[in-house]
Design a protein around this ligand. Structure first.
Ligand code: PLP
Length: 458
């Protein structure tokens, strides 16, 4: 048997990459105020900023797009997608939204009150921001292993049930529901076990609290369960997915991830209680409940994509991709979150740049270095994204400073990964010369998207 796991698809339509030189990139990054979010995508060779909405759609999806029913109310495309989502999740109430954060905003606005508190393994940045803007506290309770990049654990995304229990005892009346993010994006794309979801759900239930799944990468999570959790090796992915959702009372989803589409999201709910409030907010901000901010064609592409995302050959290749880059990094002595997650590899910047003070944002600095060296765009998941500037001018820092290289689905081939491995190796050898940054201008929320920086040594 050949050892090489091939991409389980052929390429039917291509997009050229515009090549740039290192000296061009120096100017381009300066013009972008040392913030890779501000670069033009055309100036990036390998764009691993995010796996969100950036993947390639299949010929079946493009075909389905022509079937889109653009009726304002009651479109055929809505009912087609509703049937798929109900079958996959086992939940009855479904509304589309234009993306994941819209699902969060609609649900939280409908059901949360100021002063409340929501536990999660790790809140994604938009999830946290959407709670905080409503005056709700977002608490991250991932197991301790989940915050230690070098510690190997099969399910580093698990939530710490003992801490959840003491929280329920101490602050129970402030908690409207518990959340769990699969896979745990902020904590390294790490999976959550079925045993953990089951126990978390039972614990919440014993205190009368519902469980909401942040389901962005439910298929990748299910594949990890199949590969790692005892008893599931022979269970088909849709069955694992169905069991995962069986413990939840609702879910928010960014379909731009495992929905395999370029735009879209949704809310599903099992319980009756919140439906009317959710529908009311949805109509106010997203649109009529049968389109929720999407075109009929988007609903069609998603109805196909959700099933394609659960294909086992695809998932095996998908998880292997991250693992492969991890092996290349290990060979170069570059520290990263182990084991590799589903959609991304997270480089541990504090270890790669041991001499850089955290106040100079090592992961941000490493992101800039990867762009300058090889035109690769990753994203900082660290103290720019999650730190805060306080009123007295001091800062809080995140528990880790990671560079996430997130892989668009079905887009890049093995040679792109080989190239990236060489670039990262080069950057690691130049570690002592990598320059830290200071933030010169920042907005109040989600500062990483738009902040402006300068070099600390300039
Ligand atoms: C992407 C993502 C979101 C937000 O979804 P958008 O479609 O980007 O608005 C929420 N939670 C997690 C875990 C995500 O990865």
């Amino acid at each position: 048997m050949p050892k090489t796991l091939i991409e389980p698809f052929r390429i039917k339509s291509i997009e050229p990459i515009r090549m740039t030189t290192q000296s061009e990139r120096v100017e381009l990054l300066e013009a972008a105020k040392l913030n890779v979010f501000r670069l033009h995508a055309d100036d990036v060779l390998i764009d691993w900023l995010t796996d969100s909405g950036t993947g390639a759609m299949s010929s079946r999806q493009w075909g389905a797009i022509m079937e889109g029913d653009e009726s304002y109310a009651g479109a055929r495309s809505f009912y087609r997608l509703e049937t798929v989502v109900q079958r996959i999740t086992g939940m009855n109430f479904f509304v589309p939204t234009h993306q994941g954060r819209a699902a969060e905003k609609v649900l939280f606005t409908a059901v949360c009150q100021k002063g409340e508190l929501v536990p999660n393994n790790c809140h994604f940045d938009t999830t946290r921001a959407n709670l905080e803007v409503l005056g709700v506290e977002a608490l991250d309770l991932v197991i301790p292993e989940g915050l230690q990049p070098s510690v190997i654990h099969p399910f580093k995304g698990n939530i710490d049930l003992a801490r959840v229990e003491s929280l329920l005892n101490a602050e129970g009346d402030r908690i409207p529901f518990g959340m769990i993010t699969v896979t745990n994006n902020t904590g390294g794309g790490q999976p959550v076990s079925l045993a953990n979801i089951r126990a978390y759900s039972a614990l919440l239930k014993s205190y009368g609290k519902p469980l909401i799944i942040d389901a962005c990468r439910f298929s990748e999570n299910a594949m990890f369960i199949k590969m790692r959790e005892p008893g599931y090796a022979n269970t088909p992915i849709p069955e694992i997915v169905r069991e995962m959702f069986s413990y939840a009372d609702g879910a928010t989803m960014s379909a731009k991830k495992d929905g395999m589409v370029n735009i879209g999201g949704f809310i599903v709910l099992r319980n009756e209680e919140w439906r009317e409030a959710v529908r009311n907010v949805l109509i106010l901000t997203e649109g009529f409940p049968t389109y929720g901010g999407l075109a009929g064609r988007d609903l069609e592409a998603l109805a196909v994509g959700l099933d394609e995302g659960m294909d086992e050959d695809y998932l095996r290749y998908r998880l292997r991709t991250a693992e492969y880059l991890g092996e290349r990094l290990a060979a170069s002595g570059v520290a990263f979150v182990k084991p590799t997650g589903g959609h991304a590899v997270y480089i541990d910047a504090r270890t790669v740049l041991p001499d850089m003070p955290i106040a100079h944002y090592p992961a941000w600095a490493l992101c800039n270095a990867l762009y300058l060296e090889g035109g690769i765009r990753g994203v900082e998941i660290g103290s720019v994204m999650f730190g805060k500037r306080l009123a007295d001018g001091t800062e809080t820092y995140h528990s880790m400073d990671l560079v996430r290289l997130a892989f668009p689905r079905r887009m890049y081939t093995q040679s792109h990964f080989d190239y990236a491995a060489e670039v990262i190796d080069e950057v690691k050898q130049k570690a002592a010369t990598i320059r830290g940054v200071r933030i010169t201008k920042q907005p109040q929320y989600l500062r990483h998207f738009t902040c402006e920086c300068s070099w600390v040594d300039a």
